[in-house]
Ligand binder design. Structure first.
Ligand code: SAH
Length: 238
């Protein structure tokens, strides 16, 4: 069973959206397990203090190193990676999700306030991971994003829905456009839109070719960074 431990000041936020749909079903079936541990449980005073003012001054509060470290120590296992949700971390990616999903599970530390005392990151060897170049008010939603992307990769969770390797990012390309019935649809702008003819042709080879071409065009137009990386990799392989 793939095990996630979330260290948080808001354990009641979990499983939240992960209790629904594919991830929720897999959770109920025991494909994965989720434990949300309340960091405040490790506070040392009767007020349950977990944060304090920053040395050097400035706005906001900082999560105290002693308490957070005790919380991490209480759940840590030698083989399980410890990630700190952090906007200055390594960008999370599909490849990273695959790597985590292959392992025994993950410990996710959710920051709050201005962040956590720098010394815990070092002392507990936390890997800082970011879910994007924007600032959330806490690590919980970031942790859920990480969990969700891993859980759907676990054996049996997605069923036969997808081989996986055709999806966005798996081979450095974004996804092709999808269409379903009706084949002709008139939108609120009064314009009739038909699905691309090739998709109803029944010609599987041509469909595959069209989709690959779409993926390439969309990636080149929307994500020149991904496109450049892919081209560089291909040149290397030659
Ligand atoms: N002062 C920090 C922001 C703190 S936000 C800064 O300027 O960088 C509070 C917490 O939210 C962080 O400790 C982190 O756990 C979480 N968080 C915010 N944005 C995030 C992101 N993009 N990825 C992952 N975690 C994030």
């Amino acid at each position: 069973m793939w095990r996630v431990t979330a260290l948080t000041l808001f354990p009641e936020m979990f499983p939240g959206p992960l209790g629904e749909s594919l991830a929720g079903k897999a959770l109920k079936e025991g494909v994965w397990a989720l434990e949300a541990v309340d960091i405040r449980r490790f506070a040392k005073d009767r007020h349950g203090t977990v944060d304090d003012a920053p040395f050097g001054g400035g706005a906001g509060m900082v999560m105290k190193p002693d308490i957070l470290s005790d919380a991490i120590a209480a759940v840590a296992l030698p083989e399980v990676p410890k990630l700190l949700m952090s906007p200055r971390g390594k960008p999370f990616s599909q490849a990273y999700a695959r790597e985590l999903a292959r392992g025994p599970g993950v410990i996710l530390v959710c920051g709050r306030f201005e962040g956590i005392d720098e010394r815990v990151i070092e002392a507990q060897a936390l890997e800082e991971v970011s879910v994007g170049d924007f600032v959330l008010s806490g690590g919980e939603i970031a942790a859920m994003a990480v969990m969700d992307s891993c859980v759907r990769l676990l054996p049996g969770v997605m069923g036969a829905a997808r081989s996986g390797d055709e999806e966005s990012f798996e081979d450095g390309l974004l996804e092709y456009p999808h269409y379903t019935r009706p084949a002709s649809w008139t939108g609120p702008d009064g314009i009739e839109r038909r699905v691309p003819e090739i998709l109803v042709s029944g010609h599987h080879g041509k469909v595959a070719e069209w989709r690959t071409k779409q993926r390439q065009e969309i990636t080149r137009a929307r994500r020149p960074d991904l496109w450049a990386r892919r081209t560089a990799k291909r040149d290397e392989e030659k």
